[in-house]
Design a protein around this ligand. Structure first.
Ligand SMILES: C[S@@+](CC[C@H](N)C(=O)[O-])C[C@H]1O[C@@H](n2cnc3c(N)ncnc32)[C@H](O)[C@@H]1O
Length: 188
């Protein structure tokens, strides 16, 4: 399946509309404050952060503010409607530190060891993001001391166990509902 190709198709974007309406709803903002969840990922000013599956940008704008002007946020999603929407939001917020990229995160196209932190927020498990293929790509693009932050909703217990079983990441603990991992230099 070519996720990137599918993400440009009208039918896929149309099918994603109801999900998008829920993701950007006022109720969601009211129930879940994105900044609070993001603080669980311990984003630092100046970092290069990859947000996998940015969707309608629920986490994108607050995350971009956290990396600051000296940092860089790469917001990635294969769906063209979401990418257009998030580009519009970043323009409106006058944020110059965000690159919104229409791409499949299984093939990010990013340089090896170029990213400080990867955010997997509300994206796993997802049929087009199998951990068996996603985690090796995240391990490749993360710097030696890079981190992976995973927020799950709803929270399937199997995901943290699969991440540890991959032998690519080691657990750092959970904060504000976010599971944090460090990249292992020597995969086991
Ligand atoms: C449930 S939504 C979550 C969106 C956003 N993170 C949020 O919490 O509002 C999952 C997102 O993952 C994106 N996605 C699916 N497969 C992907 C892939 N292979 N690479 C990158 N993003 C993907 C979908 O298009 C969708 O926007």
């Amino acid at each position: 399946m070519d996720t990137e190709k599918l993400g440009a198709s009208r039918i896929m974007n149309w099918l994603a509309r109801p999900g998008g309406a829920v993701m950007k709803s006022r109720l969601r903002h009211w129930l879940f404050e994105p900044g609070k969840t993001l603080r669980g990922a311990d984003i630092k000013s100046g970092q290069t952060v990859l947000e996998v599956g940015c969707g309608t940008g629920f986490f994108t704008i607050p995350a971009a503010r956290m990396v600051g002007e000296t940092g860089r946020l790469i917001a990635m999603d294969p769906l063209s409607d979401y990418v257009d929407l998030v580009r519009g939001k970043t323009r409106q917020a006058r944020l110059n530190n965000v690159e919104v990229v229409r791409r499949d995160a299984l093939h990010t196209g990013l340089d090896t060891a170029s990213v400080d932190l990867v955010l997997l927020f509300g994206v796993v498990p997802f049929p087009t993001l199998p951990l068996s293929r996603l985690l090796p790509e995240m391990h490749r693009i993360l710097k030696v001391d890079g981190r992976l932050a995973v927020w799950l909703f709803p929270a399937p217990a199997g995901v943290p166990a699969s991440i540890l079983r991959s032998g690519l990441f080691t657990a750092l603990g959970k904060r504000n509902g976010v599971h944090n991992y460090r990249r292992m230099e020597q995969p086991v």
